[in-house]
Design a protein around this ligand. Sequence first.
Ligand SMILES: [Zn+2]
Length: 654
Amino acid sequence: MRPLLTLLLVVALASPGLDAQETELPLDRLTPDAVQALVDRSITEATVYRDSLLAVRGRRTVANTLRLYDEMTLRFNVAQIVSLLSRVHPDSSVRAAAADGVRRRTAFLTNLRLDPRLYRAIATVDTMPADAETRYFVGRLLAAFRRDGVDKDSATRARVAAPRDESTRLGQRFNEVLRRDTMPVVFRDTAALAGLPPDWLVTQRRGPAGQVIVSPQDLRFVLQNAHDPATRLQAVERLQNLGAPDNHFVLDTLLRIRYQLATLLGYPSYAAYQFDGHMAGSPERVHRFLDELQRITEPAVQRDLARANSVLGRAPTWGDVQYLTYQLRGRDSPRAAVREYFPFERVRDALLHIADTLFGLQFQPAADLPVWHPSVEGYRVFESGRLIGIAYLDLRRRPGKPPSEATAFVRTGVRDRVIPRAAVLLSLPQARPGEPVLLGSEAVASLFHEFGHLLEDLLSVRPWFGTSGLPAEFDFSEVPSIVFEHWGRDPAVMRTFARHYRTGAPLPDSLVAMLEQPDEQRVGLGVRALLFRARMSLALHERPAGVGDIDSIVRAQQEASVPIGRAMLNAHPEASFTHLVGYDAAYYTYLWSAVMAEDLLGQFKSGLMDPVTARAYRRAVLEPARSEPAARAVETFLGRPFTLDAWARKLGNR
Ligand SMILES: [Zn+2]
């Protein structure tokens, strides 16, 4: 054995303590070279483990094969952070080095998954003596290898790598186009923005003649709140053309390449390839699910349309959908006044306090932790005095950072080996000196949603790297976040911490009704807007032979989902639909997860602040991670399989 290999094996197998890799990365002074070196090291170390695994002679066991495979992936994921850095690092040269790292990592993984020697080695491991978690791990791993083409002939395998690499590139290109499309919308004057809260208005740039200059990331907020239909139309036209026309063409190519990849691997469409291994399992099942939601929402949609006529005095158009969704509940209430009770720091501290009450986790600010930008907050997370994770809150907007709401693994944790690290990304405005940033109800809900992802990232720590982290099935991945979002929408919870930012007064009863927030899933039209996105992502990935006009596919799905007449012409909602890179065909995940989340929440019978139920939920749903099918986790917690009933009831109850 080569000395490097010996050394690595000694570290991996002889020391059960924390990984030597746990030394802090100098995230505050990263250079392109350092990023490249990190990726190099991870690939070199992973290669050493792969080679030593392949070199094993004789009977293959969990100890001599699976352990090495898991160690290989663990080493490889030392560089997991590059995917985050490629999106949010303030230095464009570091972002570029990280994006290059992402491509090299994809290429390495593609080759790994196409290596029949590796597949055979794992397939012949004797798992009979192993525990259920290990057997499930091996079963899923082998299925993933087959899905990616390991059992195809060598000519086919040779053709798989190029389209994979190309789709990674095109995905990065799609995001880069959006990052650059920052052209604002200029509104005539503040009167055009009536309905928007005053503290928000003062943060917007102004033109020489009193115009208000609003950047794209704030347009959705304008769309939800502006009373003037002409203003909403201006906002919707810009929003529906973000990233267009460039991304229209990037996407067209990307979809063709994905189709090519799927058919190479023996699937009729990219959706069929992607859903193999999801809870839903197939496009047919997803179509049935979406049709079922369409049917359930029909009475609510008819009610909404009738009320829309009384709100608007006319039939709604495309510029009205978001506004209606957010006004159909609590219209004429002083929405702006509610914000004054939700200054950012107070909401954040309440969030951390809730995590402690429910799950026994203490988030301690750690100013000594290196971070990639001075506005990022680092926390050490403790449970019963033991360090169990590291959390980063990167919540402020800044030039070069895309306006996303997301949570990213910095490192997946492995029990007794690697402390999990994760980061929440939002684009809240920068605070102005002496002025707090006030959060609207949707921003509060978003913060709780992303924090739900973060909690799962910190708690899904298993004995194997291969069973830690995100849930086994992709379409379960929004469940923890949608569940936790409810703490950020529940009036009883929010009354406990909402205080006026100047007077410290608690939220008056007159405003509590406002907290019955217009969750878009409680409004028929809101659900239909989500259905449209789900159908668009699916239909684009079922495009026959990967050809056909994207615009007419998008328009047809829009008109089928939201019954307010013909779709807008000259609109390209697909060009800024960032989920097409990452969620691909599976935007339905949000609705699928929401249905399950609603069912799970029904178990909190004595209120959301009940720590006994919260801990049972943590054990049954969050902690299993990838160690068992998600359906089993749900059944453990509910005592039965999930149903649509709770979700359907919520729509009726207004
Ligand atoms: Zn989410």
